[in-house]
Ligand binder design. Structure first.
Ligand SMILES: C[S@@+](CC[C@H](N)C(=O)[O-])C[C@H]1O[C@@H](n2cnc3c(N)ncnc32)[C@H](O)[C@@H]1O
Length: 385
């Protein structure tokens, strides 16, 4: 386990603690918190310090992150379970630990500073390294396999969808031409190919030209969106009534998945024109964030990696309480951060049809503007903490 370089600052730490506190403080009852993306244990350490009756289950797919977090959390050894797992394996992990329900769940998505700062992991376009990019170095395909085996169409799709890269086709063509000369193995060579593929005027805007390509490959290599799509419903299912889930996303597609997963459970499934809920049709979630919350300027100034974060949170409602007069999972609007332009909240005065339309929108209309990455030369849109 190498020494950590630089400082590690957990993103939106105070806000996460504030949102989780009512779920984790239940008088004398022992509570269970899942940190689904343990990383270096920054958020987890703060939760354990603030809640002496809370047991932590920390998951990470990166064994190196688990080792660092284990050392950091050693003084809490009697109330932590650190598990090497992909977060969509949460139900199996809870089964193994014989834990039927949990009170808090945190997802702080993306890559950690450990992964970004270690040049040999291949996440960085500013340093030459083998093209790996696996968060879990014990399994799975590497970025090298992706760039050397995918067809032109597959590569272009990955770059366009996950990287929102306008020149995806040109970059894919350059990669295929390079493959005719020999195997593409280095991050520096890939970054050079991307730079050469992008017209000169476009190179001058939007940060390093290779940023979007590296981000896209990282998402593909780690199957990040597929895992999240399965993990969010599983985590919501695991929440006890009153339990709370907080998600920090750094990519618009992550945030969209989160928004839809929460919205689907925060509205009634009963007939639109009934004034009361029928048993079993009421919302099972109450939204705690108004749209997506963004970091304040001070946080971004102190921690540039927080620049693109979007926070969403919700509380599991006791289903027996949602029969009767409708409340549609009204958001409690605790200290909302900057308002998200045009965002429709389930609850409020919104008719259910409008909510359904908002949830079905193909794009994140009304979502916050993308904040450019911090230019750290890594495979992130704006990476995690
Ligand atoms: C942004 S960091 C978390 C930082 C952490 N909150 C802290 O304060 O130190 C994200 C972590 O999630 C892990 N991760 C990403 N996707 C994962 C997945 N699908 N399953 C498990 N861990 C994952 C990464 O390996 C990384 O260590």
């Amino acid at each position: 386990m190498g020494e950590l370089r630089g400082t590690h600052v957990p993103v939106l730490l105070e806000r996460c603690l504030e949102l989780l506190a009512p779920a984790l403080d239940r008088g004398d009852r022992r509570t269970v918190h899942v940190d689904a993306t343990l990383g270096l244990g920054g958020h987890a350490e703060a939760v354990l310090a603030a809640h002496p009756s809370t047991v932590l289950i920390g998951l990470d797919r990166d064994t190196e992150a688990l080792a660092h977090a284990g050392a950091r959390l050693a003084r809490y050894a009697d109330r932590i379970h650190l598990v090497h797992a992909v977060y969509d394996e949460l139900p199996e992990v809870l089964d193994r630990l014989d834990i039927p329900a949990v009170d808090g769940v945190l997802f702080d998505l993306g890559v950690s500073s450990l992964q970004l700062d270690e040049p040999d992991r291949g996440f960085a376009y500013a340093q030459d390294a083998p093209l790996d990019m696996r968060m879990d170095q014990t399994r799975g395909v590497t970025a090298e396999e992706v760039v050397n085996t995918y067809s032109h169409a597959e590569l272009a799709r990955v770059l366009r969808v996950y990287g929102e890269e306008k020149f995806a086709g040109r970059i894919a063509s350059a990669i295929l031409r390079e493959r005719e000369r020999g195997r593409l193995t280095s991050s520096a060579r890939l970054a050079e190919l991307v730079r050469e593929s992008i017209p000169a005027p476009a190179r001058r805007t939007g940060g390093h030209p290779a940023k979007r390509t590296f981000q896209a490959l990282r998402i593909e290599v780690n199957r990040e969106l597929a895992a999240l799509e399965t993990a969010l419903p599983a985590a919501l299912d695991a929440l006890a009534p009153g339990g709370r889930l907080v998600v920090l996303s750094y990519h618009s597609l992550e945030d969209r998945l989160t928004k839809h997963a929460l919205a689907a459970r925060a509205r009634s499934t009963g007939p639109v024109d009934l004034p009361v809920e029928l048993p079993g049709t009421g919302p099972t979630l109450r939204l705690l964030s108004r749209g997506a919350e963004l970091p304040g300027e001070a946080e971004v100034a102190a921690n540039p990696r927080a620049a693109s974060v979007r926070l969403r949170a919700a509380e599991r409602i006791d289903p027996t309480r949602t029969t009767g007069a409708r409340d549609n999972g009204r958001a409690d609007r605790e200290r909302p951060r900057r308002k998200v332009k045009g965002m429709h909240l389930p609850g409020a005065a919104a008719p259910r049809e409008a909510v359904a339309r908002a949830a079905a929108r193909p794009t994140d209309q009304g979502g916050p503007e993308r904040v450019p990455g911090d230019g750290t030369g890594t495979a992130e849109q704006g990476e995690g903490s």
